[in-house]
Structure formats: structure tokens, C-alpha cells
Design a protein. Sequence first.
Length: 233
Amino acid sequence: MENYISDPTILWRAYPHNLMTFQMKFFYISQLAYWFHAFPELYFQKTKKEDIPRQLVYIGLYLFHVAGAYLLNLNHLGLVLLVLHYFVEFLFHISRLFYFSDEKYQKGFSLWAVLFVLGRLLTLILSVLTVGFGLARAENQKLDFSAGNFNVLAVRIAVLASICITQAFMMWKFINFQLRRWRENSNFQVPAVKKKPAVTKGRSSRKGTENGVNGTVTSNGADSPRNRKEKSS
């Protein structure tokens, strides 16, 4: 990754990138194997029917982009974008672990929200820089399946369109998630207004006070000590 940071022209220089190191090839094969195995895993995990369409879209997007980068020989660009995306996702899951241990911990989600937006921006910048400028200025712009060269205008437009649509979709989901989270927090923080018990004032309360002796209420006003004395006399 240090080479990509110091010299970003590696992302498009010497395209097509047919030759891959063992580590890079192993990374792509493991990614494809993982996301392909996610389809039967839905059955074995007994996923709810209402959750299956969402999971299929999630898995399909990963497979589409990983396989696209591998088959179109955009290995360097795909590697950088996947590492960037997985780093942001890793931070999100770490924040969830801290939140489950202590619900008051919210700093991780705030940091993740900032990095998520920056990650989407950086993904678009690198994609446009590589496909829109780097490959567009390359000398060899001829479709050649045997050489693995797909550097033609139609393919470049399709690649940029798919990346931009995916990033827009992710931002839309992210905004909905944040709005729902803020709404839940605001509803949780609103203090419940306690109603004071109404004090009924009337003739009955005054009558009860008259019948009371030293804070105690007698059953009948005629049975007070003074009345009993008068009766005995």
C-alpha cells in the first residue's frame, strides 16, 4: 500500500495488469470464494424470508465488483478500493462491539460516520483518476481479449457508472441509517412529563378537617371527646 500512496500512477500504469503476485491472486480468490459461499450460507443459517432480498443485494454487489476488477484486470484499483472499504467496515463492527458492552459509547459511531463519507469520496476520486484520466490517456486503447486489454471507452464508462451508482446507493442507505438513529436517540432523551396529582378542594375536605382531632379523622363529628363529655353529663 505504501507504493500506491507514494506513486498512485501504479493504479493505471502498464495496463493490463495480467501478472499478479501470489498475495494479490490469493486475495482475489479468497474474496470470490467467500462471497460465493455466502449464497448457500443463507439457507444453512435459516435466514428469514423478508431478509433474503436484502442479503442477496448485499452479496451480489460484492461479487459484481470483486469479479469485475479481477476479470477486467483492474487488480490494483480493486485492491486499493476493497482495502479502503473493509477498513471502514471493520471500524463499524468494532464500534458495535463497544456499543453492545456499553450503550453509552457512541464515539466509535461518530468516527465511523466521518470515515464512511471520506471513504466514499476517496473511492470516487481514485476511480475517476484511474479510469477517467489514467486509462483514458493510455496509448493502447484497443479491445483485445487474448491480451486482457479492456481499455475502451464503453468499458470505462460502464466501470465508472457502476462505481458511482454503488457509492450513491451506499450513501443513501447511510443517510437513512443516520436519520433513524438520530430519531431514536432524540425520542429516548425526551424526559417524560410527570403529572402532579390534582388536589380536590371542596366542602368534603373542609368537613374532614373539622372532624379531625390532632391529625386523626374520627368516624363521626358527634363522637369527639367534647361531645362524649356532654352526653355523659
